[in-house]
Design a protein around this ligand. Structure first.
Ligand code: 13P
Length: 246
Protein backbone atom coordinates (compact mmCIF):
# COMPACT_ATOMS: atom_id res chain seq x y z
CA UNK A 1 0.00 0.00 0.00
CA UNK A 2 1.09 3.53 -0.72
CA UNK A 3 0.00 6.35 1.57
CA UNK A 4 0.79 9.83 0.30
CA UNK A 5 0.11 13.13 2.03
CA UNK A 6 -0.49 16.24 -0.05
CA UNK A 7 0.05 19.29 2.14
CA UNK A 8 -1.14 21.62 -0.65
CA UNK A 9 -0.35 25.29 0.20
CA UNK A 10 0.27 24.67 3.89
CA UNK A 11 3.49 24.74 5.89
CA UNK A 12 6.69 26.75 6.12
CA UNK A 13 10.10 26.18 7.69
CA UNK A 14 8.77 27.28 11.10
CA UNK A 15 5.89 24.82 11.23
CA UNK A 16 7.55 21.45 10.85
CA UNK A 17 6.70 20.08 14.28
CA UNK A 18 4.13 17.64 12.94
CA UNK A 19 6.61 16.54 10.28
CA UNK A 20 9.12 15.68 13.02
CA UNK A 21 6.56 13.36 14.60
CA UNK A 22 5.84 11.75 11.22
CA UNK A 23 9.54 11.03 10.74
CA UNK A 24 9.83 9.53 14.18
CA UNK A 25 6.84 7.25 13.75
CA UNK A 26 7.08 6.39 10.03
CA UNK A 27 8.96 3.11 10.63
CA UNK A 28 5.90 1.65 12.35
CA UNK A 29 3.98 1.72 9.07
CA UNK A 30 6.87 1.45 6.65
CA UNK A 31 8.24 -1.72 8.24
CA UNK A 32 4.93 -3.36 7.49
CA UNK A 33 5.10 -2.84 3.76
CA UNK A 34 3.51 0.59 3.50
CA UNK A 35 5.26 3.22 1.37
CA UNK A 36 4.81 6.59 3.07
CA UNK A 37 5.24 9.81 1.14
CA UNK A 38 4.77 13.42 2.22
CA UNK A 39 4.42 16.09 -0.48
CA UNK A 40 5.10 19.48 1.13
CA UNK A 41 5.12 22.79 -0.75
CA UNK A 42 8.20 23.05 -2.99
CA UNK A 43 9.93 25.52 -0.65
CA UNK A 44 10.21 22.67 1.85
CA UNK A 45 11.28 19.82 -0.43
CA UNK A 46 14.98 20.03 0.37
CA UNK A 47 14.54 20.69 4.08
CA UNK A 48 12.04 17.85 4.52
CA UNK A 49 14.16 15.45 2.44
CA UNK A 50 17.23 16.26 4.56
CA UNK A 51 15.34 15.63 7.76
CA UNK A 52 13.85 12.43 6.35
CA UNK A 53 17.18 10.82 5.46
CA UNK A 54 17.02 8.98 8.78
CA UNK A 55 13.49 7.78 8.06
CA UNK A 56 11.68 5.57 5.51
CA UNK A 57 9.40 8.54 4.83
CA UNK A 58 9.75 9.68 1.21
CA UNK A 59 9.31 13.25 0.00
CA UNK A 60 7.39 14.30 -3.10
CA UNK A 61 6.49 17.44 -5.02
CA UNK A 62 2.95 18.66 -5.77
CA UNK A 63 3.55 19.65 -9.40
CA UNK A 64 6.34 20.05 -11.94
CA UNK A 65 6.94 21.84 -15.23
CA UNK A 66 7.36 19.70 -18.37
CA UNK A 67 10.75 21.24 -19.21
CA UNK A 68 13.96 20.45 -17.32
CA UNK A 69 14.96 24.15 -17.04
CA UNK A 70 14.53 27.48 -18.79
CA UNK A 71 12.61 30.74 -18.82
CA UNK A 72 9.50 29.71 -16.88
CA UNK A 73 9.15 32.17 -14.01
CA UNK A 74 7.76 30.63 -10.87
CA UNK A 75 7.81 27.07 -12.16
CA UNK A 76 9.74 24.11 -10.82
CA UNK A 77 11.26 21.32 -12.89
CA UNK A 78 11.01 17.66 -11.97
CA UNK A 79 14.81 17.57 -12.07
CA UNK A 80 14.91 20.28 -9.37
CA UNK A 81 12.63 18.24 -7.13
CA UNK A 82 14.79 15.17 -7.68
CA UNK A 83 17.96 17.14 -6.89
CA UNK A 84 16.34 18.28 -3.63
CA UNK A 85 15.69 14.69 -2.57
CA UNK A 86 12.16 14.05 -3.84
CA UNK A 87 11.27 10.56 -5.07
CA UNK A 88 7.81 11.39 -6.34
CA UNK A 89 5.67 14.14 -7.79
CA UNK A 90 1.91 14.59 -8.03
CA UNK A 91 0.69 15.79 -11.44
CA UNK A 92 -2.77 16.66 -12.70
CA UNK A 93 -4.32 17.33 -9.29
CA UNK A 94 -7.85 18.69 -9.79
CA UNK A 95 -6.84 21.92 -8.04
CA UNK A 96 -4.15 22.45 -10.71
CA UNK A 97 -6.56 21.43 -13.46
CA UNK A 98 -9.15 23.94 -12.14
CA UNK A 99 -6.97 26.80 -10.80
CA UNK A 100 -4.38 26.76 -13.60
CA UNK A 101 -6.40 25.41 -16.51
CA UNK A 102 -4.21 22.33 -16.88
CA UNK A 103 -5.49 19.95 -19.53
CA UNK A 104 -4.74 16.28 -20.12
CA UNK A 105 -1.98 16.99 -22.66
CA UNK A 106 -0.13 19.16 -20.16
CA UNK A 107 -0.60 16.57 -17.42
CA UNK A 108 0.81 13.91 -19.79
CA UNK A 109 3.85 16.10 -20.45
CA UNK A 110 4.35 16.60 -16.72
CA UNK A 111 4.09 12.86 -16.04
CA UNK A 112 6.70 12.24 -18.74
CA UNK A 113 8.93 14.93 -17.22
CA UNK A 114 8.59 13.36 -13.77
CA UNK A 115 9.85 10.03 -15.04
CA UNK A 116 12.58 11.67 -17.12
CA UNK A 117 13.88 13.04 -13.82
CA UNK A 118 13.71 9.60 -12.21
CA UNK A 119 10.65 10.37 -10.11
CA UNK A 120 7.54 8.31 -9.48
CA UNK A 121 4.57 10.12 -11.07
CA UNK A 122 1.25 10.19 -9.21
CA UNK A 123 -1.28 11.15 -11.90
CA UNK A 124 -4.62 12.39 -10.54
CA UNK A 125 -8.01 11.94 -12.16
CA UNK A 126 -11.56 12.45 -10.94
CA UNK A 127 -14.98 13.71 -11.90
CA UNK A 128 -16.92 16.74 -10.66
CA UNK A 129 -20.22 16.37 -8.87
CA UNK A 130 -22.15 17.51 -11.95
CA UNK A 131 -20.37 14.90 -14.06
CA UNK A 132 -21.24 12.16 -11.54
CA UNK A 133 -24.84 13.32 -11.27
CA UNK A 134 -25.12 13.17 -15.05
CA UNK A 135 -23.93 9.56 -14.98
CA UNK A 136 -20.67 10.44 -16.72
CA UNK A 137 -18.12 9.73 -13.98
CA UNK A 138 -16.47 6.72 -15.64
CA UNK A 139 -16.47 8.35 -19.08
CA UNK A 140 -14.79 11.46 -17.68
CA UNK A 141 -12.18 9.51 -15.74
CA UNK A 142 -11.45 7.24 -18.70
CA UNK A 143 -11.00 10.29 -20.90
CA UNK A 144 -8.57 11.79 -18.38
CA UNK A 145 -6.62 8.52 -18.26
CA UNK A 146 -6.48 8.30 -22.04
CA UNK A 147 -5.17 11.86 -22.30
CA UNK A 148 -2.92 12.02 -19.25
CA UNK A 149 -1.04 8.70 -19.47
CA UNK A 150 1.18 8.44 -22.54
CA UNK A 151 2.01 4.84 -23.46
CA UNK A 152 5.68 5.74 -23.17
CA UNK A 153 5.40 6.00 -19.37
CA UNK A 154 7.18 3.38 -17.31
CA UNK A 155 4.39 1.65 -15.36
CA UNK A 156 6.90 0.69 -12.66
CA UNK A 157 7.14 4.36 -11.67
CA UNK A 158 3.52 5.25 -12.20
CA UNK A 159 0.69 5.64 -9.70
CA UNK A 160 -2.86 6.75 -10.50
CA UNK A 161 -4.91 8.62 -7.88
CA UNK A 162 -8.69 8.67 -8.21
CA UNK A 163 -9.92 11.80 -6.47
CA UNK A 164 -13.56 12.72 -7.08
CA UNK A 165 -13.48 16.52 -7.07
CA UNK A 166 -16.62 16.74 -4.93
CA UNK A 167 -15.03 14.61 -2.20
CA UNK A 168 -11.92 16.78 -1.81
CA UNK A 169 -11.97 18.76 1.43
CA UNK A 170 -15.73 18.32 1.84
CA UNK A 171 -15.93 15.46 4.33
CA UNK A 172 -17.99 13.54 1.77
CA UNK A 173 -16.83 10.30 0.20
CA UNK A 174 -18.32 8.02 -2.44
CA UNK A 175 -19.87 4.77 -1.20
CA UNK A 176 -17.46 1.86 -1.12
CA UNK A 177 -19.47 0.36 -4.00
CA UNK A 178 -18.86 3.49 -6.08
CA UNK A 179 -15.15 3.46 -5.21
CA UNK A 180 -14.97 -0.23 -6.14
CA UNK A 181 -16.71 0.37 -9.47
CA UNK A 182 -14.46 3.28 -10.40
CA UNK A 183 -11.26 1.51 -9.36
CA UNK A 184 -12.30 -1.57 -11.37
CA UNK A 185 -12.89 0.65 -14.40
CA UNK A 186 -9.48 2.33 -13.95
CA UNK A 187 -7.81 -1.08 -13.57
CA UNK A 188 -9.39 -2.23 -16.84
CA UNK A 189 -8.05 0.83 -18.64
CA UNK A 190 -4.59 0.45 -17.10
CA UNK A 191 -4.47 -3.26 -17.98
CA UNK A 192 -5.21 -2.41 -21.61
CA UNK A 193 -2.64 0.38 -21.67
CA UNK A 194 0.14 -1.27 -19.64
CA UNK A 195 -0.48 -5.03 -19.89
CA UNK A 196 0.88 -7.04 -16.98
CA UNK A 197 1.81 -3.99 -14.90
CA UNK A 198 0.56 -3.55 -11.35
CA UNK A 199 0.12 0.23 -11.30
CA UNK A 200 -1.20 1.20 -7.84
CA UNK A 201 -4.52 3.05 -7.82
CA UNK A 202 -4.94 5.37 -4.84
CA UNK A 203 -8.22 6.76 -3.56
CA UNK A 204 -8.23 10.43 -2.47
CA UNK A 205 -10.91 12.75 -1.11
CA UNK A 206 -11.76 13.22 2.59
CA UNK A 207 -9.76 10.20 3.77
CA UNK A 208 -9.55 10.31 7.58
CA UNK A 209 -8.63 7.88 10.34
CA UNK A 210 -12.33 7.07 10.80
CA UNK A 211 -12.95 5.95 7.19
CA UNK A 212 -9.48 4.79 6.11
CA UNK A 213 -9.84 1.11 6.96
CA UNK A 214 -13.12 0.84 5.05
CA UNK A 215 -11.82 2.68 1.97
CA UNK A 216 -8.47 0.87 1.91
CA UNK A 217 -10.25 -2.50 2.06
CA UNK A 218 -12.06 -1.84 -1.24
CA UNK A 219 -10.76 -4.08 -4.06
CA UNK A 220 -8.19 -2.32 -6.31
CA UNK A 221 -7.59 0.45 -3.77
CA UNK A 222 -3.82 0.41 -3.46
CA UNK A 223 -3.49 3.25 -1.00
CA UNK A 224 -4.62 6.80 -0.35
CA UNK A 225 -3.79 10.37 -1.32
CA UNK A 226 -4.57 12.50 1.69
CA UNK A 227 -4.98 16.26 1.96
CA UNK A 228 -6.20 17.75 5.23
CA UNK A 229 -5.54 14.69 7.39
CA UNK A 230 -1.90 14.58 6.24
CA UNK A 231 -1.16 17.82 8.11
CA UNK A 232 -1.51 16.12 11.50
CA UNK A 233 0.96 13.39 12.37
CA UNK A 234 -1.55 11.44 14.47
CA UNK A 235 -4.13 11.37 11.67
CA UNK A 236 -1.63 10.62 8.91
CA UNK A 237 -0.07 7.78 10.87
CA UNK A 238 -3.44 6.37 11.89
CA UNK A 239 -4.33 6.14 8.20
CA UNK A 240 -0.96 4.53 7.45
CA UNK A 241 -1.57 1.98 10.19
CA UNK A 242 -5.00 1.22 8.72
CA UNK A 243 -3.13 0.46 5.48
CA UNK A 244 -0.87 -2.00 7.32
CA UNK A 245 -3.93 -4.03 8.26
CA UNK A 246 -5.11 -4.29 4.65
P1 13P B 1 -8.64 16.03 1.39
O1 13P B 1 -8.06 14.77 2.00
O2 13P B 1 -8.37 17.24 2.22
O3 13P B 1 -10.06 15.84 1.00
O4 13P B 1 -7.82 16.29 0.03
C1 13P B 1 -7.66 15.26 -0.88
C2 13P B 1 -6.67 15.67 -1.89
O5 13P B 1 -6.96 16.55 -2.72
C3 13P B 1 -5.35 15.05 -1.87
O6 13P B 1 -4.63 15.34 -3.01
Amino acid sequence: MLIAGNWKMNGDPNTLGEFGKMIARAPEAAHNGVTLIVCPPAILTAKCAERATVSPLEIGGQDCHPEPNGAHTGDIAAEMLAACGATTVIVGHSERRADHGEDDALVAAKATAAQRAGLRAIVCVGETEAERDAGNAETVVNGQLAGSLPETLDPARLVVAYEPVWAIGTGRTPSTDDVAAMHAAIRKTLDARFPGAAVPILYGGSVKPSNAAELLAVPEVGGALIGGASLKADDFLAIALAAVKN
